[in-house]
Design a protein. Structure first.
Lengths: 276, 290
């Protein structure tokens, strides 16, 4: 039985919660609004909240000036490429550790987690030099490999926590019924494993999309994703706030939608199952 | 009940991940250690020579190192304090019953998905600009003088930006923990007539302790190496006021081309991160047995 809460209290909580939510969300909202203003109105004091001349001009200029679509494509290639590659390596490993654990499984998992703790900046120098010598700087393949390795521990951990929850009895039951291995995978295992695999994929795409240490340091133009595209707006060549806002909106919109879809898995994925 | 056959198969399936992660960890780390013992500048290649601990002595005795270490601690500590305290409060708020919960929840977690370069630029220009920023407008409307954030209080500006980015994470983790608090416990407290404040301190807070620890450890790992926010706003300045350890090493390596010195700094960063990681891994490991 839920506790009875008085309407007055609900009303008060509603007001407070919406104010808090609005304050936290304000920087994003303001960016989106500014992206539709003219440069002049973007600067106006007092700021114009809704009543300004709405325009799409900034979006056109941003695409023209710094080629949004090329960078967005790089972001898609790097984030999906690196996560799909990581899944390919991680699914068998997580599966084996969840379904046939040995006395070494726990140690292996914790060791994998500890590799994620290494600060990137500690290995920046050798990676930079190796990439320079192998011609991998500013290349898709180099960045995909790097982001794949950087996210691999999280991918394995998330998959492991999902796979561990698949009841093992169901496998034995289906085996007793005498279905073959192929059909067992397609009809029994896949349907139970897919939700976990999908959540892992989405959350890690979000992480790879926003990764801003390696992408800033190892790309210049050809493979530069949206993180670098936005950083190019930091140079103070005049103040183009409306254009900056349009570029920012374009950079975060796709991943914000994806992020909102994965929010339920966020906690579990990023705390390595320590909080569920 | 693993048979010999499944054991072998299991090992084969796990092997690629282990080998790749091992190589990814050991090769760059070994190289970093090796470079850290050399006098090696990219502007002056071909004359590398072994200098023992000289780079470490140089790096550790550089006043910029102490400064950046302090900056790192201030940044990590302040962001942790802000995100944990506000995180608990907002999680308690979101756990209440009110109209439009799922929408407010979406608004609160949104900053986590904004890439660091975007949030840094948006805060710096649209919000914190001393003349045309929203904060300046609010301050002057209320009759105060506008603050020139990045000139007067650059570190505070960075702290606010980073705290804004991490607040959703701590809120969400704490909210998840809060929702797992037994509703029977809540009802029992209700019937006993326990007042909200003692209830919070005696039942809710101890229940959250574990989640708070997780938040602190995981955020520390990420906060120790905050980079993009500094890179696009202050470039570590003015002076070294906003240079943290990660940025100092980056500057040493890719701006001054001092491979030896940067590598020594990198090892120092690895050692610091490992101290935190030790506790996190133990905490997660305990959970694995449960």
């Amino acid at each position: 039985m839920a506790r009875r809460v008085s309407p007055a209290r609900i009303a008060l909580t509603t007001v407070v919660a919406w104010v808090v939510g609005f304050v936290i969300f304000f920087p994003i909202l303001w960016t989106v609004l500014t992206s539709f203003k003219t440069e002049l109105e973007a600067f106006s004091i007092p700021p114009k909240f809704l009543f300004f001349h709405w325009t799409l001009e900034n979006y056109r200029l941003v695409q023209e000036r710094s080629d949004y679509f090329a960078h967005a494509w790089n972001s898609v290639v790097l984030s999906f490429g690196s996560v799909l590659l990581a899944m390919l390596i991680a699914v068998p490993a997580a599966w084996a550790m969840a379904f046939a654990p040995t006395e070494r499984t726990r140690g292996t998992l914790l060791w994998m987690l500890s590799t994620k703790m290494m600060p990137s900046v500690g290995v920046l120098v050798p990676i930079y030099l190796i990439y320079r010598d192998l011609g991998l700087l500013d290349s898709h393949i180099g960045l995909i490999a790097l982001l794949c390795l950087a996210n691999l521990p999280i991918v394995i951990w998330m998959l492991f926590t999902y796979f561990k929850e698949i009841p093992k009895g169901i496998l034995e039951a289906s085996r007793m019924d005498g279905i073959g291995t192929g059909r067992e995978i397609v009809f029994v295992l896949a349907p139970m494993a897919l939700p976990g695999i999908a959540s892992t994929l989405l959350l890690n795409v979000v992480l790879a999309w926003n990764e801003a240490f390696w992408t800033l340091n190892l790309t210049t133009s050809k493979a530069a994703p949206l993180t670098a595209f936005i950083a190019s707006y930091s140079s103070p060549e005049g103040l183009f706030w409306a254009k900056l806002s349009a570029a920012a909106t374009l950079a975060i919109a796709p991943i914000l939608v994806l992020g909102w879809l994965t929010q339920r898995q966020l906690v579990r994925g990023l705390t390595f199952g320590a909080v569920k | 009940m693993a048979t010999q056959h499944t054991r072998v198969l299991g090992r084969i399936l796990v092997a690629p991940s282990v080998i790749l992660l091992f190589a990814w960890m050991i090769v760059p780390l070994a190289l970093t250690i090796y470079f850290s013992t050399l006098r090696y500048n990219l502007l002056n290649p071909g004359v590398e020579q072994f200098v023992g601990a000289e780079n470490y002595i140089y790096f550790l005795s550089d006043p910029a190192f102490i400064g950046s270490l302090l900056n790192t601690l201030v940044l990590v500590g302040s962001v942790l304090a802000i995100t944990v305290v506000l995180g608990v409060l907002i999680a308690l708020l979101l756990d209440q019953m009110f109209v439009g919960r799922s929408i407010v929840r979406l608004m609160v977690i949104a900053p986590f998905f904004v890439m660091p370069t975007v949030s840094a630029l948006v805060w710096k220009n649209l919000l914190m600009h001393p003349v045309s920023g929203v904060f300046a407008w609010i301050a002057t409307s209320l009759g105060f003088r506008a603050i020139d954030w990045f000139a007067q209080v650059p570190m505070l500006a960075i702290i606010l930006i980073v705290a804004w980015q991490w607040l959703p994470f701590s809120t969400l983790v704490l909210l998840t923990a809060l929702q797992s608090l037994d509703s029977e416990e809540k009802e029992a407290a209700d019937m006993d007539g326990t007042r909200p404040i003692p209830f919070f301190f005696h039942i809710v807070l101890p229940h959250l302790a574990r989640a708070v620890t997780v938040v602190i450890l995981i955020q520390t790992i990420f906060l120790l190496t905050v980079f993009a926010e500094i890179f696009v706003t202050t470039g570590g300045g003015p002076g070294i006021k906003t240079t943290n350890l990660a940025f100092l090493i980056y500057a040493q390596a890719l701006l001054q081309y001092d491979v030896g010195g940067a590598s020594a700094g990198g090892i120092v960063a690895v050692v610091l991160a490992n101290i935190v990681a030790f506790f996190l891994v133990r905490l997660v490991g305990k959970n694995l047995e449960a």
